[in-house]
Design a protein around this ligand. Structure first.
Ligand SMILES: [Zn+2]
Length: 299
């Protein structure tokens, strides 16, 4: 599932392409029936919070998109492509689609781990976007959007401080690995960042929230701000420090991008212990039992 870094990246790109302009929209698949509500209107801005996108076409005309597990955008320049597959939504600039295509490709989420940010279409050259397979694509009223903001925890990519997250974590006996995935605790942190942030903090994922020191939560938050921001440049998430990678002097190889995420059964880059995995909150959790020992050193 795309995490906050990708969502904020889409918001930036789509704002560069469409904000301040009239946007055309339709729903070829037939499941998004409210395209007429936004079609031909000026897009004021694109908002991102956690894993949610809000395209602001004016009061009570906010297009809400949550990609969920399967959703993804395709973007392009030049004329609109033929409708293919389960195309939930298309948005385009009527002038821009009359121009010739520009160089650059649109990379799918499935390629995220190989996307180093090269060959992407410059955001201001985007003439159209297609959305397939989202968990939600619907029109929100202002009230619905504000209700969503109230439910969500602070978002490291929106410059929010960790105070609300600290309060929730310290009140809970749930494991910190579960709390970090809870969007009402921290918005935008997903499965990769949860695992990697905990490793970088050398914190055992099963530690109850109320046993985690406030200072440690603050440093995890700081780390999240840096890592997630870096993850907006391209779609690849790199969490390993060069000094910890077996190939120290090169750019991070695909298999050396993460410390623990999807590295179960392989050796920890730091201590050599085999990385473990277990399902937590419906998703696979990964950790190093030596670098992230249970029961102590949570201070
Ligand atoms: Zn280790």
């Amino acid at each position: 599932m795309p995490e906050g870094n990708e969502i904020h990246r889409w918001a930036e790109r789509h704002a560069a392409a469409f904000a301040g302009k009239q946007v055309s929209a339709d729903g070829p698949q037939g499941r998004f029936t409210d395209a007429a509500v936004i079609h031909g209107r000026k897009l004021a801005r694109v908002m991102a919070v956690g894993k949610h996108l809000g395209y602001d076409f004016g009061k009570d005309r906010i297009l809400h998109v949550h990609l969920g597990l399967q959703g993804d955008f395709t973007e392009g320049s030049g004329p609109l492509p033929e409708v293919r597959g389960a195309l939930r939504l298309r948005m385009w600039n009527a002038q821009a689609v009359k121009r010739a295509a520009e160089p650059g490709v649109s990379k799918r989420h499935g390629w995220y781990s190989e996307d180093d940010g090269s060959d992407n279409l410059a955001p201001e050259k985007i003439a159209w976007v297609e959305l397939r397979g989202p968990m939600d694509c619907s029109i929100y009223t202002q009230e619905m959007w504000e209700g969503l903001l109230k439910r969500l925890g602070p978002d490291p990519l929106n410059g929010d401080g960790p105070e609300k997250a600290i309060a929730k974590i310290q009140k809970s006996r749930k494991p910190i690995g579960a709390l970090l995935m809870d969007q009402t605790v921290a918005a935008g942190v997903g499965n990769i960042y949860r695992a990697e942030l905990l490793f970088r903090a050398r914190l055992n994922p099963f530690t109850p929230g109320n046993e985690v020191d406030e200072k440690l939560i603050r440093s995890i938050w700081k780390d999240a701000c840096v890592l997630m921001k870096a993850g907006m440049v391209d779609r690849r998430i790199i969490t390993t420090k060069a000094s910890d990678r077996p190939h120290k002097k090169e750019q991070a190889l695909k298999e050396e991008a993460h410390y623990v995420y999807r590295r179960q059964g392989r050796s920890c880059f730091v201590c050599g212990t085999k990385i473990l995995t277990r399902v937590m909150v419906g998703r696979n959790l990964f950790w190093c039992p030596t670098c992230q020992p249970a029961g102590d050193e949570v201070k």
